[in-house]
Ligand binder design. Sequence first.
Ligand code: URA
Length: 216
Amino acid sequence: MVINLSDQHSLISNWVSELRDVEVQTDPMRFRRNLERIGEVVAYEISKKLAWKEKEITTPLGIANCKVLESQPVLATILRAGLGMHTGLLNYFDMAGNAFISAYRKHNADGSFEISIEYMSCPEIDDKVVILSDPMIATGASLVKAIQYLKGEGGFKEIHIVCAIGCTVGIEYVLREVPKATIWCGDIDDEITAKGYIVPGLGDAGDLAFGQKMQF
Ligand code: URA
């Protein structure tokens, strides 16, 4: 299932428009904070879909019948671009487990690239809800590879994928490979360049948040 949050009128559209804007995105702190804010609000939306249980809470004046999450999700992200959204998700799911995967594009001389994963840290994820963030779903290749690595750690119960901008072709690829995923997108664009950048997109999310990197 794909949820395009730009179909609804919400602040998310405002923050995505700032992420895209060549004049606003020169401020890395604002860029990171906008990713974080999207993560926070999507955490709230996802929380409505999770399982809840009743819990009696003792207040100074009596007993309140409250609802609490049945179990904590695992928040997973792809380094480094996912860190801002991950922080936002963790601000709201503040007791969640955390997984980090270092997927990057290893470029070949002819301009093609493969996804290389060299590091992962992951808590117990058997039967857990996994919320995987990556600001840009371009080809979908790094997400699919990251999910394969996560599956190697245990059979999770369900997976939510959170992005700021998804590209149609990448979203379709992820859903073909992981049909049970729910994909939450701040917005969806239709075009992708030969180098794997989304058009109109926003540019390189990792560079805009953390500065330019060397190419490997
Ligand atoms: N990653 C980015 O940062 N930007 C894109 O457009 C695609 C992948």
